[in-house]
Write a protein that binds this ligand. Structure first.
Ligand code: ADP
Ligand code: MG
Ligand code: MG
Length: 869
């Protein structure tokens, strides 16, 4: 294969091969922008090197040919003594990994060529500055010497002076000191041979792919580990040649707000990393207009060209050498969620993209971020530190340092923030009780992060500046600030910020918009336009999982086109518990019927409210699903109560205890629940169906659908259906009858089940549990973070549908269900219904709708639109 591409040979679409930096340098070269010449060694060469432990056959020669062409073009050879060509050796993977990998500048300098460079440039100081930079960067990144040794040596020499105040003599002395450090640390001299410098640097860039911090970063950002990095060899241009030179970074628009304008920093008489390293204070890019008006105008022109070409916000790195502008990097820039929406619609208004494209430029995750409540004004609060933004939201409460204490204080009605070094499965109860979770260790796949995201709980993790002392029940923040148990702190899961004291929380403008407030600010207007377009292109309908009239009404405001899952179990809790107990304790059919008769009007009331809130839209009601003992008192509590009371124990308590013992199950998830309950307890399902029918008769335009849970065989469904149809017919009510597909057997026999089912709704929570054979409650806190670290899966199968396993069962069910009943309606009501990737999957396999919690409806609408484009 071809391992080396000249910049004139590549283009922006070759990121897999050339990496992002190389592909875009090639693109800029080809659209005629001033890029110093150079070439790219492919990521494929890197993969070969990392896999085999040596460079691929022929690579050295190929690099030699391209280097020779570069030398011919520049009219000088690499490191030539009287007039050296210098190059940079720059890493550049497919996905940007800021600061994770290495770059070495000024390759080609040695004791001879530094003199040549000084003569040619007429600038001694510049030549020695470049040489000391080479030894410093090369020493650190290629030879693995601690960078602080060089920095300390330079600081010693500088004293009180700025680095620009060092003269040629100082810098020459520094070169000697640096060479001494290299000799002392590596036992050999700094390599003088230019080609050897280059080859070693290339190798170091390849190796940096597997540096521990790069590995960690990839794991957190879910970047595949086997891509490798390309290497770019670029002719040097010099920003450190004097006051008419400099280097800078810029965005074509504000990545925070999306506003158009000039956003960037510039540093006079400096090279490369100086801007970000904070060696001297940079000036705002606007100042360049005064320093060098011609270069400034050219830069603005180029930024406009790049925006038109990439049709998106770009960020750039540039250098000015004696007044001449050079482009050193560009890419489509990262941006905040708010900016993503603003920029997408701005680009439409500027005629650069159409609305279809605008919808694909934003994501459901970004929309979700904009919907979370946020801190109103943080100005009055001291920011203690910033950790990783592991799970969004804003939370304030008293700091607590153990799970027990969290549960205790929350039980007294206190808002608490659980603070731990890291969490483990024992902390689960505390995490549930807390408003938010803060840890000082661990990244975005740590236990705290995974579990908090799963629970939708605000979490900041890896706040390494905090010293957490659980035993003393306090943590120490930078500046020696001590936060003791009970002190109030506030954490921002969107930014990772941690504040002292209580920061007030407000709903976001975007959430208020979905609640029905008019779109008055620019961001909300952008969201409105994009949502409207997404709705017009999507094929999937979006329904809500809602079981109260309030939730149903909210879902409707958020754009739900019906209810995909109305659970009925919560309707049996509270004061109705006693009626359920009566049902379970019933000794005769008469007693049982009496209990059911008491429940029926209450159920009718429940359904009437929901039908009214969803008037005209379909409402899928699932008949009772969970095991009965969930409605009974806790076995231990009750046993203790009865034992303590002794002979005086209440007769009802004794009978209840018997019932609880009788109903106790080893594996309730796989026990007597769902349709199994309906077939075991005569009259239970019938009561629910009668209530549905009665409610449907009371509400005009009620559209009931009755859903039977946990069906694994068509016979189960047939028995329930026959009875339900009889009741509906007697009441004169029409309602579709269908089933959940949540047991693997149901998916595998979907062709038969569709004979009896008018619709399927995939219950992907249970389907995932039963397909993998693990229960969510038990495994998420026990070993999921370990599994994520090991790469068993990239994301929890409870968050995003496991396409190969669970997804395969779904495909089978869709195909066979439709074969039996072509007009069968297909939906999903597991929590995956609101997960962006899962929504795309549901679109792909041809479902009719997704159903999710009311809060996720906008996300599902947007992603359904994106999936259709
Ligand atoms: P990163 O990926 O960390 O941004 P780069 O490869 O972009 O690393 O290099 C960092 C900086 O080094 C660039 O922004 C640029 O200022 C400087 N640099 C790289 N190559 C050259 C070159 N050929 N001439 C001048 N400066 C360069
Ligand atoms: Mg860069
Ligand atoms: Mg289920």
């Amino acid at each position: 294969p071809k391992y080396v591409y000249d910049f004139t040979e590549g283009n922006k679409d070759l990121k897999d091969l050339l990496g992002g930096k190389g592909a875009n340098l090639a693109e800029m070269t080809n659209i005629g922008l001033p890029v110093p010449p150079g070439f790219t060694i492919t990521a494929e060469a890197c993969r070969h090197y990392l896999g085999h432990g040596r460079m691929p056959e022929g690579l050295e020669e190929e690099i030699g040919e391209h280097l020779a062409a570069l030398e011919a073009r520049m009219g000088k050879r690499l490191g030539q003594a009287d007039d050296p060509l210098l190059v940079s050796v720059r890493s550049g993977a497919k996905f940007s990994m800021p600061g994770m990998m290495e770059t070495v500048l000024n390759i080609g300098l040695n004791d001879d060529s530094v003199i040549g460079l000084a003569k040619q440039s007429g600038n001694d100081r510049f030549a020695w500055d470049s040489y000391r930079r080479l030894i410093q960067m090369f020493g650190k990144t290629v030879l693995g010497i601690d960078g602080e040794l060089f920095e300390d040596a330079m600081d010693d020499l500088k004293g009180e002076r700025e680095d620009t105040e060092l003269d040629a003599g100082d810098l020459q002395r520094l070169v000697e000191i640096f060479k001494g450090i290299v000799r002392e640390r590596t036992g050999r001299d700094f390599p003088a041979c230019p080609r050897e410098q280059m080859d070693l640097a290339v190798r170091a860039v390849f190796d940096s792919w597997n540096a521990p911090r790069a590995i960690l970063y990839r794991r957190q950002e879910r970047i595949p580990a086997d891509l490798g990095t390309a290497v770019n060899i670029v002719a040097m241009v010099f920003g450190n040649m004097g006051p008419d030179s400099g280097t800078g970074v810029a965005f074509t628009r504000d990545p925070g707000s999306g506003r158009q304008g000039v956003y960037g920093d510039y540093l006079c008489n400096a090279q490369g990393e100086d801007v970000v390293a904070g060696i001297r204070n940079t000036v705002p890019l606007q100042e360049l207009e005064k320093i060098n008006p011609a270069a400034y105008r050219e830069l603005l022109d180029i930024m406009a060209t790049l925006e038109r070409h990439y049709r998106d916000l770009c960020d750039i790195e540039f250098t000015i050498e004696r007044g001449k502008l050079w482009m050193l990097q560009t890419r489509v820039g990262k941006r905040t969620a708010a900016a993503a929406f603003r920029i997408a619609t701005q680009l439409v208004d500027e005629g650069l993209i159409d609305m279809d494209e605008a919808v694909t430029r934003v994501t459901g995750d970004q929309l979700a971020q904009l919907m979370f409540p946020r801190f109103a004004a943080t100005a009055g609060n001291h920011r203690l530190t910033t950790g990783m933004n592991a799970s969004p939201g804003a939370a304030a409460g008293r700091a607590v340092f153990s799970s027990e204490r969290a549960v205790e204080l929350a039980g007294q009605g206190e808002a608490v923030i659980l603070v731990r070094r890291e969490t483990n499965p024992d902390d689960l109860a505390g995490m549930i009780a807390a408003r938010g979770v803060l840890t000082s260790r661990g990244g975005k796949t740590s236990h705290a992060a995974v579990v908090a995201r799963g629970m939708g709980k605000t979490c900041v993790c890896g706040a390494e500046e905090l010293e957490v002392d659980p035993r003393a029940r306090r943590f120490t923040a930078p500046g020696g600030i001590v936060v003791n148990e009970g002190d109030v702190i506030s954490i921002d899961g969107g930014t990772g910020a941690v504040y002292l004291g209580e920061v007030p929380v407000t709903p976001s403008p975007v959430a208020r918009y979905f609640e029905g407030e008019p779109a008055e600010d620019e961001l909300v207007e952008a969201v409105d336009r994009i949502m409207t377009h997404a709705d017009s292109v999507r094929r999937l309908a979006v329904r809500a999982n809602a079981d109260t009239p309030e939730d149903a009404a909210r879902a409707r405001r958020y754009g739900a086109q019906g209810i995909g899952l109305c659970r009925t179990e919560h309707m049996f809790l509270g004061e109705r518990r006693r009626l359920v107990e009566d049902l379970i304790l019933a000794a005769t059919p008469e007693e049982r019927q009496a209990a059911l008769d008491a429940l029926e009007p209450l159920q009718t009331g429940d359904f009437t409210g929901i039908f009214a809130a969803m008037r005209g839209l379909p409402v899928t009601i699932r008949l009772i699903d969970p095991p009965l003992h969930e409605f009974l008192p806790d076995l231990t509590d009750l046993a203790v109560k009865v034992a303590v009371a002794g002979d005086a124990a209440d007769d009802r308590d004794r009978r209840l205890l018997e019932a609880v013992k009788r109903l106790h199950e080893q594996n309730p998830m796989l026990g007597l629940r769902g349709v199994r309950l309906g077939l075991t307890i005569p009259g239970l399902f019938a009561m629910q169906v009668r209530a549905i029918a009665a409610a449907a008769r009371q509400v005009e335009d009620a559209r009931a659908e009755i859903m039977i849970p946990l069906v694994g065989a068509v016979q189960e469904l047939e028995i329930v259906k026959e009875e339900a149809e009889r009741i509906l017919a007697e009441a004169g009510v029409a309602a579709a009858i269908g089933t959940m597909i949540e047991v693997p057997r149901a998916a595998l026999t979907a062709g038969q089940i569709a004979e009896a089912a008018e619709f399927f709704s995939f219950g992907t929570n249970d389907l995932t549990q039963m397909t993998w054979g693990f229960s969510r409650d038990d495994v998420e806190s026990a070993f999921f973070s370990r599994y994520l670290d090991l790469g068993v899966f990239g994301v929890s199968p409870f968050e995003s549908i496991d396409r190969e396993g669970v997804g395969r069962l779904m495909r089978v069910a869709v195909e066979e269900g439709r074969r039996t009943r072509p007009d069968i309606k297909l939906g999903i009501c597991g929590e995956h219904g609101g997960d962006p990737d899962s929504v795309h999957f549901c679109h792909e396999i041809g479902l009719d709708y997704v159903s999710c919690s009311p809060f996720r409806i906008p996300v599902a609408r947007l992603e359904a639109g994106r999936a259709a484009l």
